[in-house]
Design a protein around this ligand. Structure first.
Ligand code: B12
Ligand code: SF4
Length: 554
């Protein structure tokens, strides 16, 4: 469930758009440097960001997964998360490998790093969703010697081997790795005291097909669920290190709905029914195991609101300490839901009831709403604010419809502009991520009756309304202690400020102010999330070895 990502896949991936920025000396050749020995190579993994906060909210999982997929003969990979501090490119030596993971928002910064690293003689390799969608871009603009499309877990060792032998391919089609081949993260490489939340993926892919989301197109519609044991092992490892808040970095934690089961039954589709039942049973098994972990653990995930009809599931979530979930509400009108292909959601009072059901079962909801849908009208904003107030939400976000690459919306938007897209410098807005950050426009889907400014101002007003101190304080009543209440208020403010960067940026002064503020409160906030490390925490088999239980030896 990635409704937090209001936000085009295979079609774009094959498009091979040539950048107007491309220069004659832009690297297009595959062969990097002469063959070298693996033990002489340092592998650098870099998560690009144009802004560093010193403290990160959620661990960028890919860094620690790729580190784990790096064979031991290359030594310890050097990890840099630029949301903490900028990459020290001076540390890169000729022959080193620099792996850069990019999503659309940080692609340009990634290209800067790749170009600098290549100039130092490094072998530069890109991966991540944006490189998967636009491999030629990284090759043309980012100094890439090679690009990995899809999951890096399995292919990374081959890529490194090809790199040291000087036989890199330009593009590796890594595809979608089977869940049993997902590589667990190497959490021992985490820098100490820098993150608030760990992140563990339990399932990849989502059966839905929302128009603003690329997940179902890139990660697929068949859920790939990881084995319960490996998930729990990672979580225990994180708790040993003092993390008690863990984001279950899943697209949709509830991949099998009661409606799916009923449909398969009606169709007498026995194999499908069995497959669905197995997936569902594994979810329950996972939640059962989570419930056996130390009771101070808190999990957060992303889920469709269909789970509200599945009381058994909600109860299991509660027992598992899954205390919060992002729910993609998107729209409060039937027309709005139709706009985003999300007919499985509710509207009106039924929506309020569904959302309250989560809270009534102990699962706090971060409601995610999208503004700027074609059917939205000025009155939609107040109607949304009203529903958000009444639905018992713990948090909410209000994002403006943004056409993200790999989505249905992006494909339609790009097609509608044809060759007439406005340009900034020489860059069409359909490639807005290549526009330097200071000049980069916020790109929103065109709207039939409201201007972007009007939508922005109205969206801003809804944020201000929802996050007024009075309303935050009222919402904080759900927490059990004064300390928790203070944490709730701080977190609400931090969340609201951090979002000034992505969802609702209005002007750079506001963004700078928000960044300063977020930096200031990030450190005290971190202490609210971490706990005393439990280095001796053990996995213990229960029930004849079928289960795994965590307990402290001390
Ligand atoms: C958890 C999550 C978050 C969390 C945590 C982010 C974090 N710190 O890690 C939060 C909630 C904070 C978040 C925020 C946002 N997210 Co988010 N998020 C996800 C989610 C659900 C899982 C990411 C994850 O951890 N996956 C597990 C890791 C192991 O997988 P991976 O990152 O894909 O890496 C694999 C491959 O891509 C590849 N790979 C990756 N990098 C590299 C590098 C090299 C060298 C190689 C070889 C391979 C490789 O190998 C890895 C292992 O297989 C994804 C959806 C998804 N399925 O990926 C969206 C997703 C990445 N998010 C997305 C977006 C849009 C956002 C936001 C912009 C939303 C917003 N409006 O603010 C922000 C941006 C935040 C930021 N600045 O990074 C989009 C990105 C779309 C795009 N085209 O860029 C995604 C794809 C969801 C979607 N389609 O809508 N997100
Ligand atoms: S396709 Fe799945 S992951 Fe993407 S927004 Fe829809 S429900 Fe969420």
């Amino acid at each position: 469930m990635t409704e937090h990502l209001a936000g085009g896949a295979a079609a774009e991936a094959r498009m091979h758009w040539r950048s107007p920025l491309r220069s004659d000396d832009a690297p297009t050749r595959v062969r990097p440097s002469p063959p070298v020995s693996a033990s002489d190579v340092t592998v650098h993994l870099v998560n690009p960001s144009h802004i560093s906060f010193g403290i990160g909210v959620i661990t960028p999982r890919w860094l620690f997964v790729l580190a784990s997929a790096t064979p031991a003969l290359y030594g310890r990979p050097q990890i840099t998360d630029e949301t903490l501090e900028p990459f020290a490119v001076d540390a890169v030596r000729a022959g080193d490998v620099v792996g850069i993971g990019i999503h659309t928002g940080n692609a340009l910064r990634g290209y800067e790093i790749g170009t600098l690293a290549r100039a130092r003689g490094a072998v530069v390799i890109y991966g991540g969703i944006h490189a998967t969608l636009y491999p030629d871009e990284a090759l043309d603009l980012g100094g890439a010697h090679a690009v990995v499309k899809g999951d890096g877990d399995v292919v990374w060792a081959t890529v490194l081997d090809d790199a040291v032998r000087g036989e890199l391919q330009r593009v590796y089609e890594a595809g979608r790795v089977d869940a049993d081949h997902f590589v667990p993260a190497r959490w021992e490489l985490l820098p100490k005291g820098r993150y608030m939340w760990g992140s563990v993926q339990t399932v990849r892919g989502c059966p839905k097909h929302c128009s603003f989301c690329s997940v179902w197109r890139t990660d697929g519609q068949t859920p790939r669920q990881r084995r319960v044991d490996v998930v729990v092992e990672e979580i225990v490892e994180l708790r040993r290190r003092g993390f008690r808040f863990v984001a279950l970095a899943d697209d949709n934690f509830y991949p099998v709905t009661l409606a799916d089961l009923a449909m398969a039954e009606r169709q007498h589709n026995v194999p499908r029914l069995e497959q669905l039942r197995t997936l569902r049973a594994e979810r329950f098994e996972l939640m059962e195991r989570l419930s056996q972990l130390p009771s101070d653990m808190v999990f957060f995930t992303q889920i469709t609101m269909e789970a509200a009809e599945d009381v058994e599931f909600l109860k299991a979530m509660k027992r598992a300490n899954i205390k919060g979930a992002l729910v993609g509400v998107e729209a409060v009108t039937p027309e709005g839901l139709k706009d985003v292909y999300k007919g499985f959601n509710d509207v009106g009072e039924a929506l309020v009831t569904r959302l309250r059901t989560f809270r009534d079962h102990g699962v706090g909801v971060l409601g995610s709403f999208i503004f700027g849908l074609p059917s939205d009208r000025p009155s939609t904003f107040a109607a949304t604010a009203d529903i958000a107030d009444r639905a018992g939400l713990a948090f909410a976000q209000f994002v403006m419809l943004t056409p993200y690459p790999g989505t249905v919306d992006f494909a339609a938007w790009e097609k509608s502009l044809g060759n007439n897209a406005a340009r900034i410098g020489n860059i069409p807005v359909t490639r807005h991520w290549l526009i330097p950050q200071e000049q980069r426009p916020k790109v929103y889907a065109p709207h039939p009756v409201m201007s972007p400014d009007e939508i922005r101002a109205r969206t801003q007003a809804v944020w201000d309304h929802f996050y007024s101190l009075r309303r935050i304080w009222a919402r904080s009543q759900v927490t059990p202690t004064i300390r928790a209440r203070v944490a709730f208020v701080l977190l609400s403010k931090l969340y609201r400020q951090m979002y000034a960067n992505t969802g609702i940026a209005t002007d750079s002064a506001r963004v700078n102010r928000a960044n300063r503020w977020a930096r200031l409160i990030a450190r005290p906030c971190r202490h609210l999330f971490t706990a005393r490390p439990l280095p001796d925490l053990q996995l213990r088999a229960v029930g004849g070895g079928a289960g795994v239980r965590a307990g402290s030896r001390g």
